[in-house]
Design a protein around this ligand. Structure first.
Ligand code: DX5
Ligand code: ZN
Length: 217
């Protein structure tokens, strides 16, 4: 279903060659580029920060979708906005003042995303829906690529109902494969993040599998 956007996560790409990896997946059908920022505190893994985002920005011709798995968020919003993030997504669980964080993200000129861990319910975000452009439903516990998908179809369906006619994307992140993607689209998702399912079987030297992998999702 090509009305559904595919956002490859560069967490599964070659970290020494982000520029080429991004160009390869964009040439082969990626709609957005998903950038996973981890701090070793909010999640048990560390990736990279705003300097890396800034360095890859010129290679991203589509949309730079930055997923912040960090706490606190607020002190770093300006730096990620300056690095060129189009969408900045913060976790509801990352601090006590998510309303302020979402205000600050829009204030910095980015689209605002709100991510929910698998164990977090959707009813708590009712008062935030007019402040967000995207809700990211995590279908793994964040921190690593290649984990098993958690089927949260009922949560996604409820979220789509709560959103109503607001122009808000529902993005699914974690364990997306050709087998799990249709469940999420049927439940109301319109952006699918995929890391291992896109980059598996290919490399900078042989990027051809990326296109087949994207098409299969
Ligand atoms: C998980 C990250 C995801 C991850 C998805 O903490 O937020 O974006 O890269 O990887 P796959 O698609 O392999 O589950
Ligand atoms: Zn992510």
């Amino acid at each position: 279903d090509r009305s559904v956007k595919i956002a490859p996560s560069i967490l599964s790409a070659d970290f020494a060659n982000f520029g080429q990896e991004i160009q390869a997946v964009e040439a082969q059908g990626a709609d957005w580029i998903h950038v996973d920022v981890m701090d070793g505190h909010f999640v048990p893994n560390i990736t990279f920060g705003p300097a890396t985002c800034k360095a890859i920005r010129p290679h991203v011709k589509t949309v730079m979708d930055v997923h912040l798995m960090i706490a606190p968020v607020d002190p770093y919003i300006e730096a990620f906005a300056e690095a060129g993030a189009d969408i900045l997504t913060a976790h509801l669980e990352a601090g006590p003042h998510i309303h302020r964080t979402l205000q600050a993200i829009r204030g910095a000129g980015c689209k605002a995303g709100l991510a929910l861990n698998p164990g977090t319910g959707v009813e708590d975000i009712a008062y935030l829906l007019d402040m967000v452009d995207l809700v990211c439903v995590m279908t793994v516990n964040p921190g690593f690529g290649g984990q098993a998908f958690i089927d949260l179809s009922a949560k996604v369906r409820r979220l789509r109902q709560m959103i109503g006619d607001r122009p808000i994307h529902i993005e699914i992140d974690g364990g997306v494969t050709p087998a799990t993607a249709p469940l999420m689209v049927a439940a109301g998702a319109d952006v699918l993040v995929a890391g291992s399912a896109v980059f598996k079987g290919g490399s900078v030297a042989n990027p051809a599998p990326y296109g087949e992998n994207i098409a299969a999702i």
